[in-house]
Design a binder for this molecule. Structure first.
Ligand SMILES: [Zn+2]
Ligand SMILES: [Zn+2]
Length: 96
């Protein structure tokens, strides 16, 4: 089950479970769309995988399985992350 983390790991923007801006990698590293796509060029700074839109859990599901409230805030070294992104961004995710 997805944790539905409450915020962007890089910029700390709130990403409530109904956010349409939340992006996740296969490890569930969670970023806002701006960080995931514009800043990191769809390359996860932690695992180099791609991002996908986080699905939105319907409200009746949230009542039973609430979103995580554990905030993960680990800003990345943007320069380093972008060097890494440049290495992987041209390789399709399934070939990385
Ligand atoms: Zn962000
Ligand atoms: Zn990742």
């Amino acid at each position: 089950m997805l944790e539905l983390r409450p915020s962007c790991e890089h910029c700390d923007k709130p990403l409530p479970p109904d956010s349409t801006e939340a992006m996740i990698c296969s490890y569930e590293c969670t970023y806002c769309r701006t960080c995931a796509i514009e800043l990191f060029d769809n390359v996860c700074p932690s695992c180099a995988g791609n991002f996908t839109e986080r699905p939105i859990r319907p409200q009746f599901g949230l009542a039973k399985h609430p979103a995580s409230t554990i905030r993960i805030f680990k800003p990345k070294d943007v320069k380093q992350a972008q060097i890494r992104s440049a290495k992987f961004a041209t390789i399709p995710p399934e070939k990385r």
